[in-house]
Design a protein around this ligand. Structure first.
Ligand SMILES: [Zn+2]
Length: 401
């Protein structure tokens, strides 16, 4: 993970958090500003919305919307112009507890990694996150070919969704019994027809698959030896040939074959999804065996390595995404970063009083340190096999020095 990917990851995390916030009324403002929009136009539009909001019947909702619009105008003043990718702003009176009146105006100003495609002002009881979420998603895609002599299907699978791109039929007749001389001639004609069908399928596959951003690999399947023949002919574009991850035996070709193929490769897709994790975990085990002195294991050692500026790569579990406290002793220099649930009541060094300096997610804290020191980062999911093992065996944090 590089800096950009970490930023993207963080934005997704923030959006996940924003998606849980619900206003008491229709009073959460979402504002999408494309890069080309002059700030003056945005301001003018917001003034118009201010006028409209003045007519809201509920006094509380009205005030909340007006507050949000004012906060947004204030924030926009900090910009000389709209940033290169535009801006997305969420602002609303977020309830801080059960009681009515506990609401606090919160504002989130985001510069998305991809250009905002349209201008949009929306006032609702929730923030409108979908367009931003869609632009952040980097769900990996896989191309699928289910090919037989009589038909072929092309598809793409991302996440769990199969999209059928095309189904083609060859017109090649099934088994026909012809005797003698004509049998050989007939055979040649058949082979020519199959070859032409392969060319057609490959052309369609090249066109479709090369246009898929983030194509991670291709799976080819089908009944009998046809799929192998197809690959042997080398008709796929050179950029796609290396991406063929596996060839799978299927009962069917065409659309039905595609569905069968998705089911058969499901475990492999998971492996690919977590390939980076698996690789990092293997690297860790190997380092521990060959150069244990180049590895910091567990929170205490990693903290120390960060203090000494030695971290080259940080391995961290998502399980660290819980509240942590930075605490400082009131008397001595002792400083400690602990899970909020394990907060000490006195200084572990001198037994004096100890105070909280900062509260933040443990994951965020370590990501910041890694960015500061220019270290690479690998985040482990809490649910994958290697992620679970990493958490169990190495307490979910390690660093290469
Ligand atoms: Zn102390």
């Amino acid at each position: 993970m590089n800096k950009e990917q970490i930023e993207r990851y963080r934005m997704l995390k923030l959006l996940r958090d924003l998606s849980t916030k619900v206003g008491r009324g229709t009073e959460f403002v979402s504002l999408y500003i494309p890069p080309s929009r002059p700030l003056g136009d945005v301001s003018a539009n917001l003034r118009e919305e201010y006028g409209t909001a003045n007519n809201i019947k509920s006094r509380v909702t009205r005030n909340h919307v007006l507050d949000a619009l004012e906060s947004i105008q204030q924030r926009l003043k900090l910009f000389k112009e709209v940033p290169p990718n535009g801006l997305v702003i969420f602002c609303g009176a977020v309830p801080q507890g059960e009681a009515a009146g506990s609401e606090k105006t919160e504002i989130f100003v985001l510069e998305p990694p991809k250009p905002v495609p349209f201008y949009l002002y929306r006032c609702d009881s929730r923030f409108y996150l979908d367009p931003l979420l869609a632009s952040l998603s980097d769900e990996k895609s896989f191309g699928l070919i289910a090919i037989g002599r009589d038909e072929a299907g092309l598809g793409v699978v991302s996440g769990k969704d199969l999209r059928v791109l095309d189904v083609m039929t060859s017109g090649v007749p099934g088994k026909v019994r012809v005797g003698g001389q004509s049998a050989r001639r007939y055979q040649r004609v058949l082979e020519q027809l199959v070859h032409e069908f392969f060319v057609h399928v490959a052309e369609r596959a090249n066109k479709e698959f090369l246009g898929i951003p983030n194509l991670q690999g291709i799976f080819v399947g089908g009944p009998g030896p046809t799929k192998e023949d197809f690959i042997k002919e080398g008709l796929l574009d050179y950029r796609l040939r290396d991406k063929v991850l596996d060839v799978v035996d299927l009962g069917y070709a065409g659309e039905e074959g595609l569905r069968e193929l998705v089911n058969k490769i499901a475990p492999k897709l998971k492996d690919v999804e977590y390939a980076e994790e698996i690789e990092a975990f293997e690297e860790l085990k190997q380092m521990l065996f060959e150069h244990p002195d180049k590895v910091a294991l567990g929170k205490e050692e990693v903290d120390k390595a960060f203090k000494q500026g030695l971290v080259k790569k940080l391995l961290i579990s998502e399980a660290f995404d819980v509240p942590y406290l930075l605490m400082k002793c009131d008397k001595c220099d002792y400083e400690i970063f602990v899970r909020a649930t394990e907060r000490p009541s006195t200084c572990p060094a001198c037994d004096g009083g100890i105070s909280v300096v900062k509260e933040e997610s443990g994951l965020d804290h370590y990501l910041d340190l890694a960015i500061e020191q220019g270290a690479e980062v690998q985040i482990f999911s809490a649910h994958s096999e290697s992620g679970e093992q990493f958490l169990r065996s190495y307490s979910g944090i390690a660093a290469f020095l």
